[in-house]
Design a protein. Sequence first.
Length: 696
Amino acid sequence: MNDGRPAGVCAVIDPERGAHSALVLHGPLDTACFHRALHHIAEIRPDARHQGPRLLRHGPGLHTVELPHDDAASAPYPVGLLADLLTAAPGPDPEAGPGAGPAAGPAGPPCGTLSRTQPVTPLQRQRLADALAWPDHQIEQLVWRWYGPLDAARFEAAWQAVCGRESVLRTGFVWDPRPRAVVFDHGPTDVVRHPHHTVIRRAALLARERARGFDLRRPGAARVALLDSGPADAAAPFTEVIVTYHRALLDSWSVRLLMRECCRAYLADGVLPGGERRPDLGDCARWLRAQGVGPADGCTPVPAHRPAVRAVPRPGPHRPAGSAGTGVLRTALTPDRSAHLAHWAAHWGVAESSVLQAVWAMLLYRASDAAPGRATVGFGLDFPGRGLLLEGIEGVPGPFENALPVTVDVDATRDLPGLLRELRDLVMDMAACEWGASGGAAPGRDRGTRAGGLLAFDCGPRAEAAYGTELAAHGIRVEEQEAAGAPAGYALRLRAGHDARRGLVLTCVYDPGLVDGGAARTLLAHTVRLLRLLPGTATAGTTVGDVLAWLPDAVMSPVPDGPPAPEPAPLVPLRGALAPEAATVCLLDVPGAPRTGHWELVRHYQGPEALTALRLTAGEEAAQAGALGSLARSGGRLVLGGYSGVGALACELARQITGPGMRPPLVVVGGACGDPDGPRSLASALRQASASAARR
């Protein structure tokens, strides 16, 4: 049942009909929504601005769209994008009377305020592509502990003020079929408070928030969960502030910026002075485009002589990588030891981060069993990505943090100060292109590139540092607890950062399907042991072999590569044809939307066609097009269908696979992804398309 809601619009695109009736719309269509869709397209695709389609009404529930025909146009009119916008638009007022008789009208003024569009950065494109295979890789979390009183309504008002100031929190994506960012005038304020008795423990809430995912077509790249402490902490009650965010729009530096602004607004009764922040992420994307910047522009060092390190076979039944959840280990240096480490590092002209990198490289060298000979070790290194020559970049929330591969030669006779300086200089050179996408093969395809794990050193603004005194005047103290989440496509990630007392905290997050828990604990224990010993023991003559001799003789396992990308067949059969010579309906997933599967549609659609689904995976476009081409050449006419949002992608795929003498596929768009009534609406659209094809 649809609970009395008006039926939505479904679209059928038939390239064989020609420009005058290639797009057929079924269902109640508001002409104002049609005009607004045209203006949206003019914003997204300026080349389609001059000649717009005309809407022809043939009754209250049937329209055709006359598309512009211009041989001089650089590209055909984006009819798939138009279908996406119209099927996503809300239906007209059910009390409004239907129009009478056939009518035609030109495009009118926009309906309401238009959202502005802007280009995406190379790194955003890479992360959106990565999310096709591994959606969970792009979801991260930061946690703060809020001691003292927390007025939930005031906090929500403060977060809403931050949303109004920061356009990135009101940004979604539209695919045409390439992604573009869309900045909305308003965005949702997703702040939910959980009393202690409603959630047993913080880990359960963290996992639940990560599992919710994000619909990237809509604004809201971050959400906040507040978890109150229990009776055991009555002496010093607190509230956990958990911010879950998507890495296609934000990074940890950015979330710390947002939390700092939220504290500022909270102190001002939920108000932030001034208007929207500029420059913003859109300005950065336009700046990058003006520089002609591509994916890393070839400046990313390529890991040389770096073999893929496979996971050590583990006893027990095999489980897919990533299916066992996430393991988390944590340890810390005291503030005194942390200060001693920082002073010792400065004596050699390096930072604490360089010491951590050297320690990690030596541990990887030990695990390689190459000692005392030479070996090339490699690992991923997280960069803040804010080296753009753009004024104010340090205050712009956006997805700038970037992991780049680091490789270094290590042998037992190498002097430790030389290793420290080489890593320092290498990282400084790499910082010149830290904001660029790494390019190359899709994640998980080029094996070995993520072996060695990922190192990250937290940096950026701190809310407690900026407004600690003002918050203390209200009896409030805020402390960042951890950066949680999956290992971001690696088998293991080691993140370092300072707590409120300036102690160095090390958090190891690993995939239990790839890294044994005991091996992860050993790595973390050896890391912190060396960080404690180096300042008081190492000298100018200390070698790598000397340092490794300080460790116990425990067996160390290498850090394997990240989980491989799934490699199933591009097509997944859902149901066979119910009649001889019946066509095939191939269902597509909506780009940017959470995966929902297609089995509900199989239950609702009883047409004679065979049903199959196409898996969209970055880097496998040729295989996907080849599989669709085989379907298009088989018996019956191929139909590409899906929920609102697949139109642009389906039209592009149809164009790619249609060869000389072939019938172009029919494209059907209807229903909303995530709507309980969506499968029923899409099934209805497929039935109408099938009936129309049978009459021709």
